[in-house]
Design a protein around this ligand. Structure first.
Ligand SMILES: [Zn+2]
Length: 133
């Protein structure tokens, strides 16, 4: 009951759909980068000629990473007016506690994907991400 009350008190992020697509683009980029590493290792181990596949996969990774940059810069925290998935060089807010070895903007991405809520790394405000209908 207390958890439900706490959830209801968390503000809804105004650009919920945008930050969700931002999170999906990062997860896609990470998966493509891992795929590139695996393809490279397989190519070396088995002397496969997969240069075209590797170059294509890496190009798609670059496109998805660029999409993330565009999406990350297209939404701002309503409390501090900064981008929650762009960390920069400033230290993160103490309320954005690292969990499971993940902190900063990567933690925001993971929390949006797994929990549909996140803590702004700049001001510490908590937000609920309304699921895409
Ligand atoms: Zn903020």
């Amino acid at each position: 009951m207390a958890n439900v009350m706490r959830q209801a008190m968390i503000r809804s992020y105004p650009k919920s759909r945008r930050i969700q697509f931002d999170a999906y683009s990062v997860l896609g980029a990470w998966a493509l980068l891992v795929t590139c590493g695996l393809l490279f290792a397989l190519g070396l181990a088995f002397r496969l000629s997969i240069d075209a596949v590797l170059i294509t996969t890496f190009t798609v990774f670059l496109v998805v990473a660029l999409l993330h940059v565009v999406l990350a810069l297209s939404h701002r925290c309503p409390s501090c007016n900064k981008h929650p998935t762009v960390q920069g060089l400033a230290p993160i807010h103490p309320s954005a506690v690292p969990q499971s070895g993940m902190s900063g903007w990567a933690r925001v991405i993971w929390d949006v994907y797994r929990r549909q809520q996140f803590t702004c790394i700049h001001c510490g405000e908590q937000f609920r991400v309304d699921t895409v209908a």
